[in-house]
Design a protein around this ligand. Structure first.
Ligand SMILES: [Zn+2]
Length: 289
């Protein structure tokens, strides 16, 4: 992903305002930050990416390591919070910009992903991204030191192997790249499955949680899942109308506006690309019919 520099600045300021107190008083690296979300549950952010980790008396559960650099920093920071080692590293999906760097935990951790993610990680063959030794297809739970963590596959969405991490005790859900909070979808949604995505969001809406932690941007609440599904449905309906009329992609990009979402992040720059992506997806569907 190439993100303009100003966006990092806006994001960092936004995080500082929104997330409250940070754990570490001496912020030697402004690119990285750890914030306590609940008892034993922390958010860590590296530049534009973020993930969560959970400390327990029997070890630590980490989600996306993000990068080798980020994971090295994270490992050192975790040492300041607990003397327990990282026992599990959970990959949200196979995209390298979220899961590289787990190798720093390879001495003591299990690596967990959806079965379909494992295949892609194996093919990519990056020595900094250990191949998962624990996989599942529908649901899996991890119990460690009194903490119960559920990993759930809700179908295809932004990838064909995205899992959500549910912490029932904290009513908190971590979901990466497919439930942005008051933010439009990423660019042309090139790796995405729009119709499955809508169904996947309906499944997420059935889960019991209150706090939504995405892999980028601000933290949300459960209602943001329904809001983002509404966005995808509205986008799909508006673009489909143009496709049915036989409009070209350029005509469609000019014609489709969703003022309801104008205040969302990246409406100005990514919305036209979302229209383009949806147009290509629906045209393809039409051809295949
Ligand atoms: Zn991704």
């Amino acid at each position: 992903m190439s993100i303009p520099r100003w966006f990092f600045f806006v994001l960092i300021v936004g995080c500082l305002l929104a997330y409250g107190q940070t754990v570490s008083a001496q912020q030697s690296r402004p690119d990285d930050e750890i914030t306590k979300l609940a008892d034993d549950v922390y958010l860590y952010r590296h530049q534009f990416h973020q993930a969560i980790f959970i400390t327990t008396p029997k070890g630590v559960i980490v989600t996306d390591p993000i990068s080798f650099d980020a994971a090295t920093w994270l490992k050192a920071k975790i040492k300041t919070l607990t003397d327990q080692p990282v026992r599990y590293v959970i990959y949200s999906h196979h995209h390298a910009d979220h899961i590289t760097g787990g190798s720093v935990f390879a001495d003591q951790a299990h690596f967990v992903s959806h079965a379909a993610a494992r295949e892609k990680i194996l093919q990519a063959g990056d020595s900094k991204t250990p191949v998962p030794d624990l996989t599942f297809t529908d649901r899996m739970s991890i119990d460690l030191g009194g903490k119960h963590v559920e990993l759930i596959y809700t179908g295809k969405n932004h990838s064909d192997n995205s899992l959500v991490v549910l912490l029932p005790q904290n009513k908190l859900l971590f979901a990466v790249d497919f439930i942005p909070v008051e933010t439009v979808a990423y660019r042309t949604m090139s790796s995405d499955y729009p119709d499955d995505w809508i169904e996947s969001l309906k499944q997420v809406e059935q889960l019991d949680f209150e706090t939504l932690v995405p892999g980028h941007g601000k933290i949300g609440r459960k209602e943001h899942v329904r809001m983002f599904r509404g966005y995808l449905e509205d986008l799909r309906a508006a673009v489909e109308e143009q496709v049915r009329k036989g409009a070209s992609v350029e005509e469609t990009k000019k014609a489709v506006r969703l003022p309801k979402y104008e205040q969302w992040q990246h409406y100005a720059d990514w919305f036209p690309e979302n229209v383009e992506g949806m147009y290509r997806y629906l045209s393809q569907q039409k051809e295949n019919r």
